[in-house]
Ligand binder design. Structure first.
Ligand SMILES: Nc1ncnc2c1ncn2[C@@H]1O[C@H](COP(=O)(O)OP(=O)(O)OP(=O)(O)O)[C@@H](O)[C@H]1O
Ligand SMILES: [Mg+2]
Length: 357
C-alpha cells in the first residue's frame, strides 16, 4: 500500500473541538408593541399563530448557537428569514427581545454602554449589507475612521488604512468619495474599514453580494487566505449556497426566523433535516462536499494498491480512484484502513447532481 495521501489535509479543521467564542441561547427578536412583555411569563415559547394573532412579527425565533474560536460560521436563508436581524442581535446593535448572548463567556446583554463601546471598538468588526459609508469622507478617511475612534495616531492610521485598501484591491482610489465608486467598490471600502481595526469577531452581512462573479470569487479566496493567517471568528451571512460551502466551517439555515439545521456543508448535503434544507442543497456539486468517508463502504479487499484520506472530498480523489479502476483503501488520520472507496461510488457522487433531476 502506498503512503502518499494518508495525511489529514490542513483545510479540514475540526472547529467544534475549539473553545466557544460566541454563544447564544433562546434568542428572540420580536417586532411590534410590547413584544418583550408578550414573551415574558410563558412556560412554553409562543407559536407562530400566537405571535401573528398578537399582531407581532418574530424576525428571530428561539435561536441557540455556539460559534467556535477561529470558525467561519455561515448564516443562510431566503430574503426575510431573519439573517440580518440575528447578526444585529449577536453584535447587540439591536437588543434581543429575549435570550442570552455570551462573548468569551461574558454576558453581552449585561455589558453597560461603556463596556459595549469598548467591545465594539476592539473586539468586533461589522460589514453591513448596505455599505454604511460616510459620504463626506474619502475612501482613505472612511477606512481610517474606526482607527481615529480608537485614538490611533495619524501616521499609523494612514499606514494601516493604506494596507487594507491595497488588500481589497482599491489602491489608487484612496481619494475618491463613495458616490464616485460602483456598488462593488463601495462594498470593498466597507470590508477594508472593518478590517482596519483587526477585530477578533467579525460580522459580515452579505459582504460580496454587490460584486460581480469573478471579483466575488476573488474576494472569497482573499477571505480564506486572510483567515488562514488571521484566524478570526466570523459570522457571515449569505444566501448563495455555493459561497457558503466554499467558505464555511459550519452553516446554519434559517427559515421564518428560526434556525432549522446547523452543520458542516457535508452534513447538510448528505443529511438534510427538512425538505427546505434539501431544496437549498439540491444544486450543489456533491463531489465538492461529500468526503471519502461518506461515500465509502465496508472493506472487502485484503490488499489495496492505493489509499485516500477519509476526509478528502470526492472531487479531490476522483481521478485517482477512477483511474485505478478498482477499490482504494480509505484511511483515518492514524493510517488505519476504515473502509474502501469504489470507482462506482465516486462516479455516483460525481453525477449525483444530474441524477437528481
Ligand atoms: N425594524 C424592524 N421593524 C419591523 N420589522 C422588521 C424590522 N427589521 C426587520 N424586520 C422584519 O424582520 C424580518 C427579517 O428581516 P431581516 O432583515 O433580518 O431578513 P434577512 O434574512 O436579512 O433578509 P435579506 O436577505 O433580504 O437581507 C423581515 O420580515 C423584516 O421585514
Ligand atoms: Mg439581510
Amino acid at each position: 500500500m502506498t503512503e502518499t495521501v494518508t495525511r489529514m489535509p490542513v483545510t479540514e479543521r475540526l472547529m467544534t473541538d475549539r473553545p466557544v467564542k460566541l454563544s447564544c441561547r433562546n434568542v428572540w427578536k420580536v417586532f411590534g408593541r410590547e413584544a418583550e412583555r408578550f414573551l415574558q411569563n410563558r412556560s412554553t415559547p409562543p407559536s407562530a399563530d400566537q405571535i401573528a394573532d398578537a399582531g407581532l412579527l418574530a424576525a428571530v425565533r428561539d435561536v441557540s448557537l455556539d460559534i467556535h474560536d477561529g470558525e467561519i460560521f455561515i448564516v443562510m436563508g431566503l430574503s426575510g428569514s431573519g439573517k440580518s436581524t440575528l447578526l444585529r442581535c449577536l453584535s447587540r446593535l439591536i437588543e434581543p427581545s429575549a435570550g442570552s448572548i455570551l462573548l468569551d463567556g461574558d454576558d453581552l446583554l449585561k455589558a453597560d454602554e461603556t463596556r459595549l463601546i469598548d467591545i465594539r471598538r476592539h473586539k468586533m468588526g461589522m460589514v453591513f449589507q448596505n455599505f454604511a459609508l460616510l459620504p463626506h469622507l474619502t475612501v482613505l478617511e472612511n477606512v481610517a475612521f474606526p482607527l481615529s475612534v480608537q485614538n490611533v495616531g495619524k501616521a499609523e492610521r494612514l499606514q494601516r488604512a493604506m494596507e487594507v485598501i491595497d488588500l481589497v484591491g482599491l489602491k489608487g482610489r484612496e481619494q475618491s468619495y463613495p458616490r464616485q465608486l460602483s456598488g462593488g467598490q463601495q462594498q470593498r471600502v466597507g470590508i477594508a474599514r472593518s478590517l482596519a481595526v483587526n477585530p477578533e469577531l467579525w460580522f459580515l452581512d452579505e459582504p460580496f453580494s454587490a460584486l460581480d462573479p469573478l471579483i466575488r470569487r476573488e474576494m472569497q479566496s482573499e477571505l480564506l487566505r486572510l483567515q488562514n493567517v488571521l484566524k478570526k471568528t466570523m459570522v457571515f451571512v449569505t444566501h448563495d449556497f455555493d459561497e457558503a460551502i466554499r467558505l464555511a466551517d459550519r452553516i446554519a439555515i434559517m427559515k421564518d426566523g428560526a434556525v432549522i439545521q446547523t452543520g458542516t456543508p457535508e452534513e447538510l448535503v448528505t443529511h438534510p433535516a427538512t425538505e427546505y434544507v434539501a431544496e437549498f442543497t439540491r444544486d450543489v456539486q456533491r463531489a465538492k462536499v461529500v468526503s471519502a468517508a461518506s461515500a465509502m463502504r465496508p472493506r472487502s479487499a485484503g490488499h489495496f494498491d492505493s489509499a485516500v484520506a477519509a476526509d478528502l472530498k470526492i472531487q479531490a480523489v476522483a481521478a485517482q480512484v477512477i483511474g485505478g479502476g478498482k477499490p482504494v483503501a480509505v484511511t483515518a488520520a492514524d493510517g488505519s484502513v476504515i473502509g474502501e472507496l469504489t470507482p462506482d461510488a465516486v462516479l455516483a457522487t460525481l453525477i449525483g447532481r444530474e441524477a437528481q433531476r
